[in-house]
Write a protein that binds this ligand. Structure first.
Ligand code: NAD
Ligand code: USQ
Length: 383
């Protein structure tokens, strides 16, 4: 199939583009490279040294003989988006191309507006371009488990059947997101759902949990194909950050009590989940929702696992409970369903000592690149 990966220079998108290319799909990457720009603004760098996108793609072609088309530009530039789609002629579009950090979206008004304008309007442009040019194309959109928040009942996959005053209906699952970033994903979901209903578009919304790990078969083939691995207080995510903190001897930054429970998955499962969605398109008019994660952990469980694995490797790992910079529940019920991707053939990589070893080893290999000033959180949710 012809698959356009929007955001294909980023963490999930780069691994996915190479994986799909390796599976024999004809892949294109569309990316504005704005994430590299935000890194420069924040003066933060990925732990791993990533090559320019053109160098990455040339190396991929030299190694495998497979070509990936490149479209550099912003999906908020409608003529560019439309022209890229017309040139590539996708059967499926995988949309990773958004501002994805909750802390970034909470820095100040400008960053909240930037996040929602970039994400919500970019996605809306894409919906219109698909309607007008490729109405049969399957949209695979990255949403997030954080759209649901932490309700005191089980989290279903997208919809819940409710009985009220003697009547019954299946409705979108209630959303209680915890940042202006997570809210942008909720707005996207509503817009996509509506577009499927009125124009008959076909879409899959993947409510993905927190992704961890850095190696996939393809990105591990060559140093020039290495993926990004964020550790800074704005873009770094919990488990990846903890491994890098352990490697440099920084106490693990557990926010508050660490009782926050989240859904997680290995990046090797991210790429496989996208392949499953590509190979099993939604029906015309269908807004399909999958919860894309494999396991649930509390933040303090993750920190304890990293401490244990790090100690075995001879690292001295301490935990530090910081005052929580976010407004979120620290003790709550969390039980989410994730059966649909498994039913379609996902065979999860569970978090294991061997994965933690390999992630810690990568962290140790590149720890000379860590700027310790970037580790502590700097963004507060409060006024
Ligand atoms: P990332 O920041 O590494 O990559 C995003 C890419 O999109 C970047 O290369 C960026 O330049 C590009 N981009 C952003 N706005 C764009 C625009 N307007 N036009 C064109 N390109 C644009 O992020 P990631 O970690 O790879 O996340 C990818 C997607 O998956 C995001 O939508 C994110 O919300 C979602 N997601 C990520 C995680 C995670 O743990 N990383 C978990 C759940 C969901
Ligand atoms: N946390 C810590 N210490 C840290 C970092 C985070 O205790 O050093 C805590 C946070 O307070 C939060 C939890 O860990 O309770 C998760 O935070 P995170 O930064 O790992 O993840 P989050 O902000 O939720 O965002 C990440 C990605 C985002 C994606 C989301 C999936 O950046 O793109 O949408 O994970 S989910 O969490 O399921 O919504």
């Amino acid at each position: 199939m012809r698959v356009l990966v929007i955001g294909g220079d980023g963490y999930c998108g780069w691994a996915t583009a190479l994986y799909l290319s390796n599976q024999g799909h004809q892949v294109g990457i569309l990316d504005s490279l704005v994430r590299r720009h935000w890194d420069m603004e924040l003066q933060a760098e990925t732990l791993t040294p990533i090559a320019p996108i053109q160098t990455r793609l040339q190396r991929w072609q030299d190694l495998t003989g497979k070509q990936i088309d490149l479209f550099i530009g912003d999906i908020n530039n409608y003529p560019f988006l439309e022209a890229s789609l017309l040139q590539f002629e996708p059967d499926a579009v995988v949309h990773f191309g958004e501002q994805r950090s909750a802390p970034f979206s909470m820095i100040d008004r400008e960053h909240a507006v930037l996040t929602q304008a970039n994400n919500v309007l970019g996605n809306l442009n894409l919906l219109y371009a698909l309607r007008d040019r490729f109405p049969d194309c399957h949209l695979i959109k990255l949403g997030t488990m954080g759209e649901y928040g932490t309700p005191n009942i089980d989290i279903e996959e997208g919809y819940i059947t409710i009985e009220h005053n003697g009547r019954k209906d299946t409705l979108p699952y209630p959303k209680q997101p915890g940042s202006f970033y997570h809210l942008s994903k909720v707005h996207d979901s509503h817009n996509i759902h509506f577009a499927c209903k009125i124009w008959g578009l076909r879409a899959t919304d993947l409510n993905q949990g927190i992704v961890y790990g850095v190696l996939t078969e393809e990105t591990g083939m060559d140093e020039l194909l290495i993926n990004r691995l964020d550790y800074d207080g704005v873009f770094g995510t919990a488990l990846n950050r903890f491994c890098i903190q352990a490697a440099v001897g920084h106490p693990l930054t557990v926010y508050g009590s660490g009782g926050q429970t989240r859904a997680l998955l290995d990046i090797r499962d991210t790429v496989r989940c996208i392949e499953i969605a590509v190979n099993n398109p939604a029906n015309a008019g269908e807004f399909r929702v999958f919860n894309q994660f494999t396991e649930m952990f509390s933040i303090s469980d993750l920190a304890m696992m990293v401490k244990k694995a790090g100690t075995t490797m001879g690292l001295n790992v301490e935990l530090n409970h910081l005052e929580n910079p976010r407004v979120e529940l620290e003790a709550h019920y969390f039980n989410a369903k994730n059966t649909q991707l498994i039913d379609l053939g996902l065979n999860p990589h569970y978090l294991s000592d061997s994965l933690l070893d390999s992630l810690l080893n990568t962290a140790v290999k590149y720890r000379h690149r860590v700027d310790k000033k970037q580790i502590l959180p700097t963004v507060s949710w409060r006024r």
